[in-house]
Design a protein around this ligand. Structure first.
Ligand SMILES: Nc1ncnc2c1ncn2[C@@H]1O[C@H](COP(=O)(O)OP(=O)(O)O)[C@@H](O)[C@H]1O
Ligand code: SF4
Ligand SMILES: [Mg+2]
Length: 353
């Protein structure tokens, strides 16, 4: 059987933030991989470490945040975090940015240059990658803007960022990120601020990028319906740790094993309540300075037992391609029908684990 080498492997990523002189763990032992052309969803409540994970891969962290250890292999190049190799890793990551890896941020202001017309910024991204004449690149930029759901792109192409609404800037940033035809696109809730029609257009654009160019996506979202539409695989984060992960999206949505995944699947709002609402699982995630032993989800877990709070929880999964950090793997209630409908899932496959 033919095996594909992953485009991206992240192993044992540990990240610390320094707040008022105190070093706190923000990501602990985060691992996953991504094949060429694969789209992996990264979900979890606010503060679970999704943005930090993307930023660590891109080497774009604020000064008070450090990747203390871990290893990443991207496109056959190895990057070691922490220790003596750390400084060269940081330099080498800069070179990937905007060429082989692009990121779409939650906040478009971060990514756009305020003093350059938006079209020119897209054209620059196109020309960095492809040897095209400027006129041809501009035509391609216009196409990308239209595909990103910008009406009247002929006018908007010469506008400065401040002349555009937040939603339009977001779409420009998406067009610019796609223009460089990256091998890996890191998406941080890119459609959360956009209406449903535009969101659909953007998802089509991502799907095309993936199908036509074989690009991989790491896609952070609150909306499991987006994951269900776009992704092949899923990683669930909580308190900076992977709770559950699966290379097979259907398997994890139909048959969750971790109580946190189960809770997320049962709290996804149905469509008429508008999918942007945040999850509402009783209780709240622990603060970074909260001392925990054992399972971080224990205070909110309805299946908690005495042994759950004794020691860190290893991966207990016996299914290949699946990771489950729960001693008891009891979060097995499949989502109810209303949520299945929202996620556009058909009936669960019988007999699967
Ligand atoms: N620059 C920073 N300084 C201090 N704490 C931070 C910083 N960035 C993120 N954090 C903290 O790290 C945790 C994870 O943050 P983040 O990755 O942004 O979460 P998410 O994207 O899942 O909402 C949160 O508790 C957040 O407050
Ligand atoms: S390890 Fe225990 S507390 Fe944690 S999710 Fe599993 S059952 Fe719940
Ligand atoms: Mg975030």
């Amino acid at each position: 059987m033919e095996t594909t080498e992953p485009l991206l492997t992240v192993e044992g990523l540990n990240v610390e933030v320094t707040i008022e002189g105190q070093r706190l763990t923000a990501l602990k032992d985060v691992s996953f991989s991504l094949d060429p052309g694969e789209a992996r969803g990264l979900v979890g409540e606010s503060g679970s470490g999704k943005s930090l994970t993307l930023r660590a891969i891109l080497g774009l962290l604020p000064p008070n945040v450090q990747v203390t250890s871990g290893r990443m292999v991207f496109d056959d190049e190895e990057f070691i975090f922490g220790g003596s190799k750390h400084a060269t890793t940081a330099k080498r990551l800069v070179k990937l940015r905007g060429s082989k890896i692009s990121m779409i941020f939650q906040e478009p202001a971060v990514a756009l240059n305020p003093v350059i017309p938006v079209g020119e910024q897209i054209v620059d991204a196109v020309m960095r990658k492809d040897r095209m004449r400027k006129r041809q690149a501009r035509k391609y930029a216009l196409e990308l803007m239209q595909q990103a759901g910008i009406d009247d792109a002929e006018t908007k192409i010469d506008a400065y960022p401040f002349e555009l609404s937040g939603g339009l800037k977001q779409r420009v940033m998406i067009a610019a990120a796609v223009a460089g035809r990256p091998k890996l696109l890191l998406c941080d809730e890119p459609t959360t601020a956009l209406d449903v029609t535009v969101q659909k257009q953007i998802l089509r654009l991502f799907t095309r990028l993936r199908d036509d160019l074989g690009a991989s996506l790491l896609y952070v979202t609150h909306d499991l319906a987006v994951v269900a539409q776009l992704c092949d695989s899923l990683t669930v984060l909580y308190a900076g740790r992977v709770m559950e992960g699966s290379n097979d999206l259907r398997a994890i949505l139909d048959h969750p094993r971790h109580p946190y995944t189960e809770a997320l699947l049962h709290s996804t709002p149905d469509i008429d309540q508008i999918s942007r609402r945040l999850y509402s699982i009783p209780g709240s995630a622990p603060a970074l300075n909260h001392q925990m032993s054992g399972c971080p989800f224990a205070p909110r877990c309805e299946y908690r037992q005495d042994d759950c709070v004794v020691a860190p929880i290893p991966d207990m999964s016996d299914i290949p391609g699946r990771e489950v950090h729960c001693l008891h793997q009891v979060g097995s209630k499949p989502p109810p029908d209303a949520i299945r409908e929202h996620l556009q899932l058909d009936r669960p496959e019988e007999g699967a684990p």
